[in-house]
Design a protein around this ligand. Sequence first.
Ligand code: ADP
Length: 566
Amino acid sequence: MKSTIATIVDLLGGEARRNDLGPLIILRFGALLALVVALFSVLFHLVMAAEGQEHEWFTGVYWTLTTMSTLGYGDIVFQSTLGRAFSMLVLVTGVLLVLVVLPFGFIRLMIVWLEAQLRTRVDTRVPRHLKGHVIVSMYDDVADELVGRLAHAGVESVVIEADPVRAASMHADKVPVVRGELGMRATYENSAFGRAKLLLANASDVVNTNIVLTAREASERVPIVATATNPEGEAVLKLAGANQVVLTTRRLGRQLAIRVPVGPAKALTVGRYKGIAIAEFPIRDTRLGGLTLKEAAVRTHTGLTVFAIAKRGHLERGLPGTVLREDCIGLAAGSSEQVDALNRYLAEGASEGGRVVVIGGGRVGREVVRSLDARGASVGIVDRRPSLRDALVEIADEVTIGDMTDKRVIEQVGIRTASSLVLTTNDDATNIFLAVYCRKLNPDAIIVSRVTSPANVEAIHRAGADFAVSDSEIMIQSILAAVRGSQPMILGEGLDLFGAEVPRSLVGKPLSDSGILARTGLSVFAVEGKGTIEAHPRPGRILGKGEHILFVGTVSERDEFERVFG
Ligand code: ADP
């Protein structure tokens, strides 16, 4: 229940704040105080008269004010019980109004004033010259990361924020922000939606529907990408006018599933960059395990160049002496035909993938099972919610209901005999615990894991997971792909492809002397000249002026590149 004081404060300032009329608070308070003092002064004379005392009118005001302010000189006093009760009433009212409500009112006035100041700090309109930008509807950690990555890709963005205080703090943090309500057409017009590259509706499914409908009033033409949490939301958003709907849980499930080997080892084209196919391939249980890149002769057999090997989120540049260790994943660049050739090459002498265990039967876990089932894998699933049993029995070969942190359940599920394990619980701590435990029980298994917070990526890799990806990475890659007009490319959590013009300090130098890998950790996979693109350039390749280097690495490595060579 709202307290009396809060109600009085609200009466004094609530509406004024909403209407942006700060000074009204003081006026209202002054009027209320004057009314109360006048009323008590009149009552003073009536009670005094009842006691047989008589005072001039000014004394009434003087007594009321000294009593209300708790000064109470004691020069004028009531003798009767009624008079004393009246004195107490005046005193309590005074304490309430002067000592409690006034400071509250003052603080509220300050807030109103501050808000008014902040309101003027953030514009409600983007600059006239802005075009080809990405409009982001809601600011959160994912949006923050996205804005940074878009900036690296040379794409400007602007985030819509209705709250002036939040908008001002975003502005102070150098986030490009425009103030506006998501449900108003003017917001999209003021954000230059008609000239934008795309609009991202990344709030809840319901709010996104409103965003899409409202923005469509401002422009029919500009693409809208919306995020959805369930398939029903996806259908509604498409109906409302979204060009693309990113159902994160489905994409995440599919990305995890494709990392699980089923049947003979296969290279997986994870994406294309400027016409070059980028493929990942497993090394474990293939003819390549333990060989150096030179011995493996992948280029001779397939034409494809292995530019890096990745072990649990870390890249190592592919040099002739690089050993293709069983616990690593190879990254290769070339044409689609060359990827097919690699598949044929890998299939010879490879062992078949065995049983897969999926831990966690939520939306992501079930999507993993469906994807693996479609590829003919034998899949077991575990979840602690008995209510999921029927849904899981329908899609998986074996279903276990139990908590995976329980030792007996871990034994029952058959972790030791599984060839791959997919961790899909929505709790990073549980996934990290399970990665450590499962790795201990089964050192040879492929462990693929979901992470909720990108901050836990290092930890899950250290715990023993071979591949990890988060909901936010899926979302970011999907949006970046929509901006580039390509398919999303998921190289593993945090890894991305970047392009940069050859920095002045490196012009005329051979790639091997550039120190890019040693100083930044980025792995170069191609050099793009005028109209030509050279996948996996030789170490002696001289870097020319105006050429572009294409590399794989993390965002912080890319930042390091700018710091070192910028
Ligand atoms: P999403 O739908 O995004 O996949 P959920 O939270 O619905 O996310 O799914 C996570 C699933 O993982 C839940 O069904 C939950 O019961 C299950 N889960 C979480 N922790 C454990 C655990 N320790 N053992 C077994 N199942 C677990």
